[in-house]
Design a protein around this ligand. Sequence first.
Ligand SMILES: Cc1ncc(COP(=O)(O)O)c(C=O)c1O
Length: 356
Amino acid sequence: MELFKVYPLADLRIAKANGSYLWDEDGIQYLDMYGGHAVISIGHTHPHYVKRIQDQLGQIGFWSNSVHIPIQDELARKLGTVSAKEQYQLFLVNSGAEANENALKLASFHTGRKRIVAFNHAFHGRTSLAVATTDNPKIVAPVNETDEVTFLPFNDEKALEKYFEKQGKETAAVILEAIQGVGGIRVANVSFMKKIRSLCDQYGALYIADEVQCGYGRSGHFYATDYAGVHADIYSMAKGMGNGFPIGAIAIAPYIKPALESLGTTFGGNPLACAAALAVLEVIEEEGLIEKAKSRGTYLMNRLKSIPEIENVRGLGLMIGFDVPEKLKTFAHICCVNILFSQVPQNLMWSGFCLH
Ligand SMILES: Cc1ncc(COP(=O)(O)O)c(C=O)c1O
């Protein structure tokens, strides 16, 4: 049997990893400034993370959500504290798309409405509803097409107001990445996020913050939405949550009440995944990684801004993007090999470049 070839592959065979470094099969060392697309949040093979998972595996790896799983409660408490959202409720899943799928579904259950607002260049995943809110026709299969989603220009408050005047009362949710990742590291304006919050309040729609890529401390805030000083009704997360162990979740505001059996999953919240997610939060707290993302991000951003050849350096914390002018087109390619996987030894954890 062969692999189904859907990924364009870089010619690199990674054999092992430690902290910020990777080694290929020939023993060549690389600085990992990519983190497997924003997944590695605490560094590779962190000893606390490895031990937590090993210990859990020796106890129990899986049992179903039809019984109490105490480590899920432990994770909910820890996430509530680290994210400063103690009153929120946690629903555990396995990936970012699944998190958004459930967030959108829950918004529809809660409001009894169907319409969704998403934004140009957004990426929310590849499952049915998640892909319907993703602005890339190439990955939307005919069966995923729907008229219920309206795409609006990013950071355009006037367009948002106009939409809500017309269709606000039919709208279940607005879904926004506070920093668009796949869309090219585009930061939402504070006033735009405040406008989403106030229009959602006015019309009874829910604000879904897709924090799958920009969340989990990468921006120098636990949720990137926090930098605007607004709260979302539902936060979706995945990538950095398990540092590579598959886990995702939605954090749900206390006024959204659960209906029995309305959401569910077999693997979501299994003890092994919870142990991985707990280890990540413990390391984030213990090692002050959110503060480090902020200070190192500022350092990196200033250094990048001092390079005259690159333009439009942007982002927050260690989620950084920049543009490369046409005359340096091959530079972008070289960066993909030599910066994202840099052979220059430095010690910069938590880098999240996205080159466009
Ligand atoms: C913002 C955002 N949301 C959702 C997803 C989907 O996550 P997953 O690939 O875990 O399904 C991604 C993946 O890149 C993402 O960047």
